[in-house]
Design a protein around this ligand. Structure first.
Ligand code: UTP
Length: 220
């Protein structure tokens, strides 16, 4: 398979692990040449919200979030039958990729998300695509819960930036990409594919570079 970085949304841990996580790991077991960066999911969000109310600093909340992503990453790695360590930085991840042809990791440093980690890892490894496998089936032109929301099949980096910075998208919307990640993708021309973990066949198609249902973010 073409070198692929997967940003696996932590929301998969909010579902029954026996369904989507099982199906995704059984699909991925058949491939090599991939890196998976796993998100924090409910365990990160719930604890961050709780500790924020108690006055913990944002820096420490990020540290808490990173630990959650690593717990989730270890879970995914073991589910895949791997026994390698979970690297805590990009350089160590590259070393593992060079030795084993695959790696699973969580966050690295405070101040960004696992999506940004996945793009940085793609840059460092020389991968030209990142699959953002999450709980929505594509990007929409507005909050997908709003009436008339339309799927976007393909969008350029600048157009996605515009969409993301539009006033109504700002607060708390569950947009499957952040600005830092788009900037990293843009400076290195890395394609981002957004798709759901709920459709196994579709995930397979995307992994194999075939036509899939979702959104492609690219140069043009
Ligand atoms: P996620 O990357 O999962 O956050 O990391 P998210 O975007 O809110 O969640 P998804 O992608 O929808 O699942 C969880 C938290 O861990 C911290 C941040 O606080 C983040 O919100 N984190 C994660 C970091 O500080 N640095 C990292 O490299 C990764």
């Amino acid at each position: 398979m073409e070198k692929t970085v997967i940003s696996l949304g932590g929301s998969i841990f909010g579902e029954s692990l026996d369904s989507y996580l099982k199906s995704i790991t059984s699909v991925l077991k058949k491939y090599e040449n991939y890196a998976i960066v796993v998100g924090g999911g409910p365990i990160a969000r719930e604890r961050i919200n709780f500790l924020r109310q108690l006055g913990a600093s944002e820096y420490h909340l990020d540290k808490m979030g990173i630990q959650a992503t690593r717990l989730n990453a270890l879970t995914v790695s073991l589910a895949l039958g791997n026994s390698m360590a979970i690297p805590t930085n990009i350089d160590d991840a590259i070393d593992l990729l060079n030795s084993y042809g695959k790696v699973v990791m969580g966050g690295t440093e405070p101040g960004h998300t696992t999506d940004a980690v996945s793009l940085l890892l793609a840059e460092a490894w020389g991968a030209s695509r990142v699959l953002n496998i999450t709980n929505v089936d594509s990007l929409y032109d507005r909050d997908p819960n709003l009436k008339g929301a339309k799927k976007i099949e393909r969008i350029s980096y600048p157009d996605l930036m515009d969409l993301l910075t539009r006033e109504e998208r700002k607060a708390g919307s569950n947009f499957p990409m952040d600005i830092l990640s788009i900037n990293i993708a843009m400076r290195s021309g890395i394609d981002i594919m957004i798709l759901s973990y709920k459709d196994e066949r579709n995930v397979k198609n995307a992994l194999e570079g075939k036509k899939f249902s979702g959104t492609i973010v690219s140069k043009a």
